[in-house]
Design a protein around this ligand. Structure first.
Ligand SMILES: [Zn+2]
Length: 314
């Protein structure tokens, strides 16, 4: 999992520095925003540390927390030392019975539980399946991680600087180039019908649509990098007979999260209020912009999934 996050994050850097429409200043500063916002929270994400902090907060005892995580007491003490160093706070002080959390530790209690819950939810089949190979896992979980990373640079995220302050830090030229590219997405999604004669309000969904596309491109790049370093994993024997190529399975893996069925009433409410497009378009609207999809499924000109015009923001 951390490899997957690392690969997606590496591709974020690669993708940010490679694309040509952004000026030098934006490229450098994108890298700095990325470093400050996401690297701290994602690249340094250590699940074991989070779990340890959660256990210590629940148990208020190093011995009981160690037992809960099947660690020796000395391993747990070592983990607590690492936690203290990473978070720059004593976190727990000794008391007559067990340990007492500091204000900082208490402040972290709810966010840590939430993050652990989110990770657990994300790492369930069919989103992430340890029994499956890399293709569907990178398509789905890789795409999701990429989605969240891309939010730092969508129509909302771009308004915040590296420290999270509301500040337009882009040059006029870069801002204009971004808006032109984003407009392509706005025009594309505005054509999609949610229900009856209601179309997607694509100005409302822009940030999510941009993140969906940027995210799956990152997932793809991460997967391709992974395949280059471990080609033997490209198509494990047990999946070779399913009739789909690894590239096709990457996209099928991505689409798994969007198996959904909504009542028309609910669709109508979502169309007015939900900043996400309906699942169908969060899949079809994304992959139609990727030449990799067209190639994987051998789409011919004139077929529904062969794009006449492609959008690409990041
Ligand atoms: Zn999102």
């Amino acid at each position: 999992m951390s490899l997957l996050i690392g690969r997606a994050a590496g591709c974020r850097d690669e993708n940010l520095t490679r694309k040509s429409w952004r000026g030098q200043s934006l490229r450098l500063r994108c890298a700095s925003v990325w470093d400050n916002r996401a690297m701290i929270s994602l690249r340094n994400l250590d699940l074991n540390l989070l779990k340890a902090l959660d256990a210590l907060l629940d148990e208020r005892s190093v011995t009981r927390a160690a037992a809960r995580l099947n660690l020796t007491q000395s391993a747990m003490s070592g983990t607590l030392t690492r936690l203290r160093e990473s978070l720059d706070d004593p976190l727990f002080v000794r008391a007559q019975r067990g340990i007492v959390p500091t204000a900082r530790a208490l402040e972290l209690a709810a966010p840590v539980k939430r993050v652990l819950g989110d990770i657990e939810a994300l790492l369930q089949p069919p989103l992430f399946d340890p029994k499956m190979d890399d293709a569907p896992n990178y398509g789905n979980t890789g795409g999701t991680i990429g989605h969240e990373l891309t939010h730092a640079f969508d129509d909302e995220g771009r308004q915040f600087d590296a420290k999270g302050n509301l500040k337009d830090w882009w040059t006029k030229k870069d801002g204009k180039a971004f808006e032109e590219r984003a407009q392509c997405i706005v025009d594309q999604y505005a054509q999609y019908t949610v229900v009856d004669d209601i179309k997607i309000n694509s100005k409302l969904t822009l940030g999510e649509d941009v993140a969906d596309l940027g995210g799956l491109i990152l997932g793809w790049m991460a997967w391709k990098n992974q395949m280059a370093s471990m080609p033997q994993q490209a198509q494990p024997a047990q999946f070779a007979n399913e009739g789909l190529s690894p590239e096709q399975r990457f996209f099928v893996g991505y689409a798994q999260w969007a198996c959904e069925n909504d009542r028309p009433e609910n669709l109508r409410v979502s169309a007015a209020t939900d900043p996400h497009s309906p699942g169908k378009y969060r899949v079809n609207g994304v992959v139609i912009n990727m030449p990799e999809f067209e190639k994987a499924f051998n789409c011919k000109p004139g077929q529904p999934m062969a794009a006449v015009k492609r959008c690409r923001v990041w």
